[in-house]
Design a protein around this ligand. Structure first.
Ligand code: UDP
Ligand code: MG
Length: 322
């Protein structure tokens, strides 16, 4: 049990204000875990500098020199939270048995990492940190975030409610994650797709310790749009359905027009006009939907995701080698 390395992966974008406090907290936590023999002494906190323009990298560099439990990776340019996270996981993969990702601002309670590791030892490959409440977020952030989760759910994207990117993953889960080669990364949607045994741990989300949120409204919206369009072709199907509805309305119109004609109430020219508007509209939307359906198929193919993830193997040659 004690020879399992834990890597805590922390993406940082212009986080000079919080880093010293974050580092102290994470290191003392790591110390505790090592002392409790939950993880090996070779465990590390791995920071990823996501192309920061402030002093972040210098601070990180210094921290790696003053403490052997700190490691850091610098990205050449700002690649975004999700990509930075992936870069960190990829860098940790050859060294770590267990990886935990957490934001640099420690809004997520790092104390529950201990509980996560315990779940890992009892056989879970993925452990989600789930927010119990969002008191510390503004009303706006809270309600937009919840609307987002709900929309995702309705569009058929599996995601864990109130879970951000605070999660534990085992080595093999991360290795499998690397097989998802798509460019539009939305980890919260992909990880639940992978399967494996999972568990949730609950915590209260606190306010950012220092510095400003790196997710202004614009980034939040594009993140949400990315999340939905990278997982669901339902919006395309909606266009098709809309076309069907329009054609149905055209049919109703036809009935109405006929009645109006025979009861001599129709204004001349109106009937043909209104019918064509609905009919052509309906046909156009339906054809768009059909074209969209094919594009949707291409889009799924292009992603080149793995078709399945093996959870366990028994009695196979490889395993019997030793
Ligand atoms: N982050 C990053 N690259 C970016 C934006 C953010 O690595 O382009 C990091 C940031 O340093 C933090 C985490 O992603 O560790 C979450 O960002 P933030 O706390 O600002 O988001 P919020 O909690 O406000 O949603
Ligand atoms: Mg934050």
């Amino acid at each position: 049990m004690i020879n399992e390395n834990l890597y805590i992966v922390v993406p940082c974008y212009n986080e000079q204000e919080v880093l010293p406090a974050t580092n102290t907290k994470l290191l003392s936590l790591l110390e505790e875990l090592v002392a409790a023999q939950l993880v090996s002494p070779l465990s590390r906190v791995l920071y990823v500098d996501d192309g920061s323009t402030d002093n972040t990298w210098n601070i990180l560099n210094e921290m790696t020199q003053s403490n052997k439990r700190v490691a850091a990776v610098k990205l050449a340019t700002n690649a975004g939270h999700q990509n930075a996270l992936l870069a960190g996981l990829e860098a940790a993969l050859p060294h770590a048995h267990i990886m935990v990702s957490i934001d640099a601002d420690l809004q997520d309670d790092c104390e529950v990492i201990k509980e996560m590791v315990e779940h890992y030892h009892s056989g879970c490959d993925v452990v989600y940190g789930v927010r119990r409440e969002r008191k510390s977020d503004s009303w706006f952030k809270r309600s937009t975030a919840q609307a987002f989760y709900r929309t995702m759910h309705r569009l058929g994207v599996k995601s864990v409610y109130n879970h951000a990117d605070f999660r534990l993953m085992s080595n093999r889960a991360v290795a499998q994650l690397m097989q998802y080669r798509e460019r539009n990364l939305f980890l919260r949607g992909i990880v639940p797709l992978m399967g494996y045994r999972t568990a949730n741990v609950y915590y209260d989300r606190s306010a950012r310790m220092a510095g400003k949120s790196k997710y202004p409204l614009g980034k939040m919206v594009s993140f949400a749009v990315d999340g939905i369009t990278s997982f669901s072709i339902k919006p395309v199907r909606m266009v098709f359905t809309l076309g069907l509805i329009f054609l149905f309305i055209a049919l109703c119109m036809l009935a109405y027009v006929l009645v109006a004609y025979f009861t001599h109430r129709a204004v001349s020219g109106w009937a043909s006009l209104i019918l064509s508007v609905w009919f052509i509209g309906g046909c156009l939307l339906m054809s768009l939907g059909i074209v969209g359906e094919y594009i949707g198929k291409i889009y799924i193919e292009v992603k080149d995701r793995p078709r399945y993830n093996v959870e366990e193997k028994a009695g196979l040659e490889e395993e019997n080698k030793e």
